[in-house]
Each structure stands twice: as C-alpha cells, then as structure tokens.
Design a protein around this ligand. Structure first.
Ligand code: V47
Length: 363
C-alpha cells in the first residue's frame, strides 16, 4: 500500500479515486503539502484516467508579429514602446515569409501572439489571418490572446462577438491561453494594472466558446501571487469550463524575472513547477489536457511532469521571443525526434496531434 508522507493527502486520494470534485480548500492543501510525490501521484491518477499512457506533442511554429505594446506589464520583458532600440514590427510580407520559411517542416499550427500595437489598424490583423490561411490552408491558426482580442474589438469599433466571427471567417482556428496571468484583482493590479481584468479575460473566452471557437487557458505563477490566488484562478476557470466546455488545454506558465521590473524575484524552482502542473491537473478535472510548456520549465522538468499530471509537451516552437526576452535559457527549437525520445524514455506513448488534439501521423 502507498503511504503518503502527508496524512492530509489520503482523504484527497479517496476523492480523486471516486471522481469527486476537489474544493478550494483542497487546492490550498495541495499547494501547501510537503509531499510533492504524493501530490504528483494523485495528479497521475487523473492524467491516466483522461489520457491513458498518451503524451501529445505538436509540430508548430510561434510567430510574434510585433513587440511594440501599449501596456507595461510588470512581468513582461518582451513588450516595448515604439521608440525602444529593440522595437520591431513585421510587415505582412515579413510575417508570410516567416511562415513560408518553416512550412517545409510541415507544421500543423501557427501560434501567433504579440504586443498591442498602438497604430496597426484592425484591417492589418484580418489581412494577416486571411493571408496566412490563403497561403497555408492546411495549417491551423491559433492566434491572439484574449487581451489582444479585446483590443481588436475596440479597434474594429464592434462588439467582440462580431469581431470574433470576422476573424473566424478570415481563418482564425482557435485562441491561445495567454493574458490570463492571475485573475485576482489584488495581484493583477500589481503586475498588469492597465490591461483587461480577470473578469474581462474570462468573458472573452466565454463569448469565443459561444461562437464555436475552442481555446486554451494559462496561469502565470511564481511572482507576487498567493497560493489562494492561484487556487482562485483555477476554480474560476473550472467554473467557466463547466458552463461552456470550450477549453482544450491548460498551461501553467512559470514566471521568468530577468529583464522585467520584477527582476528582484527569484526564478521558480523545479518543486514549484512540478507542483503547479500537478495541482492544475487535480483542480481542473474538466479540462481534457494539461500542457508542460518545455520552453518555460526546461525539457527535463517537462519530461518528469509526464508522471505527475501532464499529458502534453507542446511542440517544436522554432522561435520563441516572449520568455527568452525574460531570460529563458532553453533552446528555441525542439526537434521532433528529441520530443519523441523524451516521451518514450518517460514510459509514455508519443502521439503527434493537431491543435485540437486530433491524432496526426503515428510516431
Ligand atoms: O500572457 C510574459 C506569459 C504569455 C513572461 O495557449 C511570461 O498553447 C513567464 O500564453 N515569464 C504568452 N511568462 C505565452 C502564452 C502561451 C505559451 C505557450 C502556449 C500557449 C498556448 C500559450 O506569456 C503571456 C504571459 O502570461 N509571459 N512574460 C515572463 N517574464
């Protein structure tokens, strides 16, 4: 029989095995428990119940059209003002050329997020999506965080619902999970005071789900948030998912302090990274997938997390700017075979998927 080092975990095991929902207080217990392996074991029950032995990955490419941003989030080292020496803005032709440069690798997804550019008109975004879809009809476009979409609706001068439908008509396939940070207003005011509120982020995803778009969700942890605020974030996502069922994957994002106004904070530890993934898996019982974004937490931690709740290693990525601006020292490209080997070594079955988890070619 398995002995938990922390006696508080045994009642949670009973709940997990009976598929009973964990409470807010349970979430706090999981974050506070000294028994990381025990927490990971519980998360593994849920992971295997939902996804068996599969570990998914995708052949994708990130495209960040501009780093110029009207906001000044305290956790961000990527966004700059237009007069910064490292400011960049790609023309549509440059964006298409970037996409073209990698299409030889048969990517199935372009993941497109960027700053909120003060001058680009709404038309530019529509032309970007349409131009990419015309050129790469088989590639899924996962583009624009809820923060960007909220801004695009303002630029368009139209309700969000109509803006989303426009973008879908142009070729938008789904929405990435960025911009969620931490919903609780106490913390959000400290780290990103001038951007959409937690409630607004959730509303964008709710409307997106209503018009038929699937989306991801994230949580930025390891900065000024409390354990209670992390759990509150997870519970709010779980509630919306009960209502809409539109979320596909959850991705906890480890805060990288370098080059940000919060650079006095330490980086997250492997302990916290594994725990955030495991607790997310346990609390978000209605999310089909939990992703270990290797860029953030290193391939080594991502691989270990396959035994503690996660079922997805994200993808090949190719070029990542947001976390590398904040000091990530991981590579920017992960070759398909490396991901496959790491998954196999972890005792899981590698499965190449598309954005919405349709299985692509067998590995
Ligand atoms: O919203 C910004 C985060 C996000 C830092 O949906 C930082 O599949 C850590 O959301 N340290 C954008 N994180 C990236 C993102 C994402 C990434 C991979 C997959 C998916 C998906 C979504 O990056 C931002 C913010 O939360 N971020 N700066 C930083 N210094």
């Amino acid at each position: 029989m398995f002995e938990y080092l922390d006696a508080k975990l045994k009642p949670l095991e009973d709940k997990v095995l009976n598929e009973e929902r964990l409470t807010f207080e349970d979430g706090v217990t999981l974050f506070q428990s000294p028994d990381l392996l025990g927490v990971g074991r519980l998360a593994n029950f849920v992971r295997e119940r939902l996804n068996g032995n599969n570990a998914y990955f995708i052949h994708n490419r990130h495209i960040n059209p501009t780093n110029i941003c009207i906001h000044s989030c305290q956790f961000c080292a990527f966004g700059v003002k237009a007069d910064a020496p490292n400011a960049y803005e790609k023309s549509l032709d440059e964006i298409f050329a970037d996409a073209e440069a990698y299409q030889g690798g048969e990517v199935s997804e372009f993941h497109i997020v960027g700053g909120l550019h003060p001058d680009w008109p709404y038309r530019f975004y529509l032309d970007m999506v349409k131009g990419l879809k015309d050129r790469f009809p088989a590639v899924h476009l996962q583009a624009f965080t809820a923060v960007e979409l909220h801004y695009l609706a303002q630029l368009a001068g139209r309700p969000l619902r109509e803006t989303l439908i426009d973008l879908m008509d142009a070729g938008l396939g789904s929405i990435p999970g960025g911009g969620a940070e931490i919903f609780a207003s106490r913390c959000r005011k400290k780290i990103c005071n001038d951007k959409v509120t937690g409630e607004e982020w959730l509303e964008v995803h709710e409307i997106a789900h209503e018009v038929g778009l699937k989306s991801n969700a994230t949580m930025l942890y390891g900065h000024l948030e409390t354990i209670e605020e992390r759990v509150d974030h997870l519970v709010r996502l779980r509630k919306l998912q009960d209502q809409t069922g539109g979320f596909v994957t959850f991705i906890p994002l480890a805060f990288h302090p370098e080059n940000t106004p919060l650079d006095f904070l330490p980086s997250t530890t492997g302990q916290l990274d594994l725990r955030a993934l495991a607790v997310s898996r346990l609390m978000l019982d209605n999310f089909p997938h939990v992703k270990a974004f290797w860029i953030m937490i290193t391939p080594k931690i991502a691989q270990m997390s396959l035994a503690m709740g996660t079922d997805d290693m994200d993808g090949t990525v190719v070029e990542e700017k947001i976390i590398h601006a904040a000091g990530a020292c991981t590579d920017q490209i992960f070759h398909r075979q490396t991901i496959v080997d790491m998954i196999r070594e972890a005792g899981r079955i590698p499965v190449e998927r598309d954005t919405l988890y349709e299985v692509l070619q067998p590995v």
